[in-house]
Design a protein around this ligand. Sequence first.
Ligand SMILES: Nc1ncnc2c1ncn2[C@@H]1O[C@H](COP(=O)(O)OP(=O)(O)OP(=O)(O)O)[C@@H](O)[C@H]1O
Ligand SMILES: [Mg+2]
Length: 246
Amino acid sequence: MSALVAEAVSKNFGGVQALSNVSFTVEPGERHLIIGPNGAGKTTMFNMLSGAFPVSSGRVTLFGQDITNLSANARARLGLARTFQITNLFPRLSVMENIVLALQAQSKSAFSMFSRIRADRDLFARAGTLLDEWGLSEIADHAAREISYGQQRQVDLILAMAGKPKVLLLDEPTAGLSAAEVVRVVGMVHSLPQDMTILMIEHDMDVAFDLADKITVMHQGGVIAEGTTEEIRHHPKVTEIYLGAD
Ligand SMILES: Nc1ncnc2c1ncn2[C@@H]1O[C@H](COP(=O)(O)OP(=O)(O)OP(=O)(O)O)[C@@H](O)[C@H]1O
Ligand SMILES: [Mg+2]
């Protein structure tokens, strides 16, 4: 069974048709990249998949279940997580507190007063372990607004993966990063568990080609090509829009 399927998804914003009949399939464990020029509809597609906005028409399924009319929270509870194109941290809270809040939001059980104290301690311990694993412990107590933009994007990624989602949507996690930070974030994506399905929007072709099992190319609200890295690299339509855009 496929992990995530978009079937003929369309979206209008007033008179603007941002998506028209977009279909694609993401298989379990796949590293599936979405590329395409500015305004192609990539982020809008993520909003449809994650439930941020309703579709105008079409259908979305997650492991065979129709999620088209579910709220973003309900989709998250089914194992669908996402990051945003712009960092989404609470600026005044510490990195540790941001991660604890995310873990708390993902933990399903309601706590009594006393079990809550233990639960909070567990959450802080788990947040500490996560920061350790990803080599960011030294910024645990820094306010999110005080760390570098590159570090913020890494924390965004940790938040999204913290709940061990089945399907993770990443919207341009390397945008605006230095070359060294790009290498680091690509490394983080490479080291995610193999059974975690990843759908990622990426501007940098080298990054996309490095990570992808499969690539979907969007342009003007539609899919214009789909295939392996090799197929996309030599695809005449893809070469045309990228050369045309430059
Ligand atoms: N909330 C909205 N209201 C109105 N129009 C929107 C909205 N969101 C997106 N659009 C329009 O939909 C089209 C696709 O935008 P989208 O942000 O999905 O593109 P994108 O491929 O993610 O581009 P980028 O590479 O710049 O991030 C654009 O014409 C955009 O102006
Ligand atoms: Mg976008």
